[in-house]
Design a protein around this ligand. Structure first.
Ligand SMILES: *Cc1c(COP(=O)(O)O)cnc(C)c1O
Length: 395
């Protein structure tokens, strides 16, 4: 394997970490601010005021120095008392993480597993809620299942869960800021996310948008957590006073990224851009002669997955794209390793990123012996952009 120089031209086109706007990158190299000094407190308060706009909520969004999984762990730590009934509805790698967390926190776990590549069936959650004796503390599921590209109907899931008197916790680590998730309008109690996907920041911040009801449930169940305690963080944030040292540089980066999303491009336009990019990725995959993995869902705008041809060594495709062509995309995880390729459109992605990913995919497939017409995928994407009237670009 070649080992390209760290500074050689590379195209990072994965669903996380995602490519970053130069402005976001450069602000993170400014001097470190003292977190109690006004210069930082201004930034801190602005970020905390803007974050709920991305979650489309009036909740306080709690911020932790962690990867996205830290936001998830905060939900498990604050909601689950050992022995509680909880339901996890999963359809991929990240949904399984909820099950692992629920077990780590001692829940009486009821795990509804759906086949990877299919969405969670809301009705099955309803049946499970009926079937379980006694209260179900919470239901955990995934919005955009990044391991497969599937987008779950969390609106329908939430209606069933709240009607049964439980609360829903949604992992939107990759979906938030890429696909529409109006938390308050849909009435979802907890949404967690991370900084390094559609929010166009480096990895290192985990978020939990927690409703007053969920905060109350947590407050009634103290213990088994310290750093991730929701109440402690909520109280500190409300006073502009983080209970622990915040990730100063990441807050500065997020400040710039949120301004780009909310003011320069606008959330609606951000969603619309992701939709066109996803459409182009789907068209490109089809034109290359690959079969799409997962259901046809025009709202699944975060990641597009394709089956790799059986007659070639599929596991070599992403490595070849990266090491020979400098284009990094993700392959499949676990039992899908070597079986699928995932084209991301999540965050700071424009039309030419999709064309680049499709072109490198065509080249790697040809190298490995699959018959592809050069430019077929890229041409189909170009056609989608022509019909759209422009090549979508982020702000
Ligand atoms: C990336 C991702 C996570 C976990 O993120 P980490 O930041 O790696 O902890 C969780 N859920 C989904 C859906 C993701 O895409």
């Amino acid at each position: 394997m070649s080992n390209p120089n760290l500074f050689s031209k590379q195209y990072l086109l994965t669903a996380g970490p995602t490519p970053l706007p130069p402005r976001v990158l450069s602000i993170a190299s400014e001097p470190i601010l003292y977190h109690r000094a006004p210069a930082f407190v201004d930034i801190y308060e602005r970020v905390l005021a803007n974050l709920p706009r991305v979650f489309q909520t009036s909740n306080q969004v709690l911020v932790f120095g962690s990867s996205g999984s830290g936001g998830m762990e905060s939900a498990a730590a604050n909601l689950i008392v050992p022995g509680d009934n909880v339901i996890v509805a999963s359809c991929g790698k990240f949904g399984q993480r909820w099950a692992q967390l629920a077990e780590a926190f001692g829940a009486n776990l009821h795990h509804l597993e759906f086949e990877w590549g299919t969405p969670v069936d809301p009705a099955a959650i309803g049946n499970k809620l009926d079937e379980i004796d006694g209260p179900v503390k919470a239901v955990f599921t995934t919005f955009s299942e990044t391991s497969t590209g599937v987008l779950n109907d969390v609106k329908a899931i939430n209606e069933i869960v709240t009607a049964a008197g439980s609360i829903l916790v949604v992992d939107a680590v990759s979906g938030l800021g890429a696909a529409n998730l109006p938390q308050d309008e849909w009435g979802i109690d907890v949404v967690v996310a991370g900084s390094q996907k559609a929010l166009m920041c480096p990895p290192g911040l985990g978020f939990a948008s927690v409703s007053p009801k969920a905060l109350e449930i947590a407050a009634q169940n103290p213990g088994r957590r310290f750093y991730f305690d929701w109440e402690k963080t909520a109280k500190g944030q409300a006073k502009g006073n983080s209970p622990f040292t915040p990730a100063v540089s990441l807050f500065m980066a997020l400040d710039v990224a949120l301004n780009m999303i909310l003011e320069e491009e606008g959330l609606e336009n951000v969603f619309a851009r992701h939709a066109v990019l996803a459409k182009a990725a789907r068209a490109g995959i089809k034109a290359i002669g690959l079969e799409r993995f997962g259901p046809d869902n025009p709202d699944a705008n975060v990641v597009t997955a394709a089956w790799l041809p059986e007659e070639i060594e599929g596991a070599k495709v992403p490595g070849r794209m990266r090491d020979v062509y400098g284009v990094t995309i993700a392959g499949g995880q676990d039992h899908l390793k070597g079986k699928i390729a995932r084209i991301a459109h999540c965050g700071y992605f424009g039309g030419f990123d999709i064309i680049t990913a499709l072109t490198a995919l065509e080249m790697a497939l040809r190298d490995l012996g699959f018959d592809v017409t050069p430019g077929s995928g890229a041409g189909a994407a170009e056609q989608v952009f022509a019909e759209h009237g422009s090549v979508p670009q982020p702000a």
